[in-house]
Design a protein around this ligand. Structure first.
Ligand code: MRU
Length: 354
């Protein structure tokens, strides 16, 4: 079986461009029918782009925030690295507050703070830019490594179901769960890809289906409500998803609907794989109950594509992530390796210095 992956063929989309003057973000609110880039010229514009989902996906919001710090640095006139750290802190706090659940955001900002503290007084601006570039480069490399590690778990010709969008659009490129699926398709391990539409924001329908189409990979869209029925049919052997935060005990926060997929997968004997870079691992948070789950505007549930579908006066509850307990997870794949049947002990062994 071929194990090499033609990245030029299987990785065509890039959501984040640093131009040297501005951060250009492929506006994911407009996909798939428009590929417009939103130009951010200061850190508050980047924070707004993260909050409003112009850029989304845990690794991508961390990378965007890192570039947001570089933009914030242009608006201050500090003479020393320590002074810069003090003056930039409010902008870092505003970036961090843009979304609460994905730990990659706080992780990237912590790296930017550390880079600043280690920088010389003459070189702190350059150090920030180098760090943002390194975060982006390392994410792409991690995704390619995870693609191979995760695909190796999948038997040739398997069907897989994925949720939300975990692809190039959600990362520096190639993707996490979608990276495993890309690698699996390239190697003949994945025969059929199913994408859940992922209500209410439709990341699966609008983004994943489009992104795979760019690579010439056929994805079959299903209503989220069709997942158990699909599993019962025997057409999928793996559910492969990403993560916004993986706790010390292996509990996983991911897009709302992931938890019910994990329950259904266990019931039907379908394996459940979580794919995320080590920047998503949060060993400081003991278990999933301690994760702040973002709740967004109920209006996201009141309509589709800007058209109201619900009568006026109807209340709605819109949590946009849920937590899958580690007992329902068969494999966590990071660039550092695979943790099978994760628990606290195995996570500590895999991430000793986290
Ligand atoms: O609200 P979103 O679209 O930012 O949620 C994204 C997800 O839940 C993804 O599964 C997760 O961030 C992993 S992306 C590689």
């Amino acid at each position: 079986m071929a194990t090499d992956i033609d990245y030029a063929r299987y990785d065509r989309v890039r959501p984040i461009h640093w131009t040297g003057e501005a951060l250009e973000l492929l506006d994911q609110r407009k996909l798939p029918f428009a590929t417009d880039y939103l130009s951010c010229r200061d850190s508050d514009e980047v924070a707004a782009a993260i909050r409003d989902l112009a850029v989304r996906g845990a690794p991508a919001i961390g990378i965007a925030a890192a570039w947001g710090v570089v933009l914030a640095a242009r608006d201050i006139d500090a003479g020393t690295a320590a002074e810069a750290a003090r003056e930039l802190e409010p902008a870092l706090q505003r970036l961090n507050a843009a979304r609460p659940t994905a730990v990659n955001l706080a992780w990237a900002l912590a790296r930017m703070r550390a880079a600043l503290l280690a920088a010389s007084d003459a070189g702190w601006r350059e150090a920030l830019e180098d760090e943002a570039r390194a975060i982006e480069r390392e994410d792409l490399a991690a995704n390619r490594t995870m693609g191979k590690l995760g695909a190796a778990l999948i038997a040739p010709g398997s069907g897989v179901l994925t949720h939300c969008n975990t692809g190039s659009l959600a990362t520096a490129g190639f993707g996490t769960a979608l990276g495993v699926i890309r690698a699996g398709v390239a190697q003949g391990r994945v025969g059929q890809v199913y994408a859940g539409e992922t209500r209410p924001w439709l990341q699966g329908a609008r983004l994943t289906a489009w992104e795979l189409q760019q690579d010439g990979i056929d994805a079959t869209l299903i209503a989220d409500a069709a997942a158990s029925h699909l599993m019962k049919s025997g057409k999928v052997q793996w559910v492969v998803v990403g993560a916004d935060r993986i706790c010390a005990n292996g509990d996983v926060a991911n897009k709302i609907g992931t938890y019910q997929l994990a329950i259904a997968a266990r019931h039907h004997g379908v394996k459940f794989m979580v794919v995320a870079p080590s920047s998503t691992v949060d060993m400081e948070t003991a278990c999933g109950d301690l994760i702040e789950i973002e709740e967004r505007d109920p209006a996201e549930l009141h309509g589709v594509g800007g058209s109201r579908t619900v009568a006026e006066g109807i209340g709605a509850w819109n949590p946009v992530f849920d937590v899958t307990p580690h007992t329902l997870v068969d494999a966590i794949v990071t660039e550092r390796g695979v943790v099978l049947d994760p628990d606290l002990e195995k996570m500590r062994e895999a991430f000793p210095s986290h």
